[in-house]
Design a protein. Structure first.
Length: 254
């Protein structure tokens, strides 16, 4: 006797809505588009990348879904409050928050300025806290979920990125604290990317990409799609998973 398992729904997020911070470019853009392809209406925030944000929102709308590109500085309480309000007013509900907006910066620890330290922490750690806090009443109403985008740097120390690594380690702990505090209505998880290759000579060299691929057990680097698929899993399928830090790094952190 052959028993077929029921097929996964092609649009598991149909009828739901999401807010992706920093969703105009790179990983955030791919996350926003992946959630939209799964059926969700998606709002994205941007700080300086308005043209890219408008393009991403247009692509989401092209899938027959509602979209919005909202200016937001996640370091500002008022700006975050406004972005969440606009999202909820536009969609009528909020089911998913992806805290992706971040600063990635290299700097020698012995000459790191207070301004650099504060800017990274205010964006990478305080920003997700503010977004989650403002979104929480709406997420509780829909039994929604939060996915924070952490980093392998939050699990492994990088001497040239001390402030970045520290901010992401704090975000990982914040994820777990939120998971306990917001349960049982809201699940909170974190995706921690390893080296993600964008094939952009402005931000990475072919030599650097090759070096990281050779150090990775899977013998390749990750893509924005790899991260987006992990976010989709945590938001669409993982109903009994909360408080987890999911490394998506091809084994680089082993």
């Amino acid at each position: 006797m052959i028993i077929d398992h029921p097929a996964m729904p092609t649009k598991p997020l149909r009828g739901k809505s999401a807010l992706v911070t920093g969703g105009a470019r790179r990983i955030g853009r791919e996350i926003a588009l992946t959630l939209a392809r799964a059926g969700a209406d998606v709002a994205i925030t941007f700080l300086n990348s308005q043209a890219e944000a408008d393009q991403t929102a247009a692509e989401i709308a092209g899938l027959g879904l509602r979209s919005a590109a909202i200016p937001c500085n996640v370091r500002s309480e008022d700006s975050v409050r406004q972005a969440v309000a606009v999202t909820v007013n536009h969609f009528g509900r909020l089911d998913i928050v992806v805290n992706n907006a971040a600063i990635f910066e290299a700097a020698p620890l012995d000459s790191l300025t207070l301004e650099q330290w504060d800017a990274v922490f205010e964006t990478n750690t305080r920003g997700p806290f503010l977004v989650a806090r403002e979104a929480l009443p709406h997420l509780r109403a829909t039994k929604g979920s939060i996915v924070n985008i952490g980093s392998l740097g939050g699990l492994r120390p990088w001497a040239s990125h001390a402030h970045y690594c520290s901010s992401k380690a704090a975000l990982h702990m914040l994820t777990q604290a939120m998971a306990k505090a917001f349960a049982p209505e809201v699940r909170v998880n974190c995706v921690a990317p390893g080296f993600i290759e964008f094939q952009d000579p402005a931000t990475e060299s072919a030599e650097e990409a090759s070096r990281f691929a050779n150090r990775t057990p899977m013998q390749c680097n990750g893509s924005a799609e790899d991260i987006a698929q992990a976010v989709l899993y945590l938001t669409a399928s993982a109903n009994f998973i909360t408080g987890q830090i999911l490394s998506v790094d091809g084994g680089l952190g082993l």
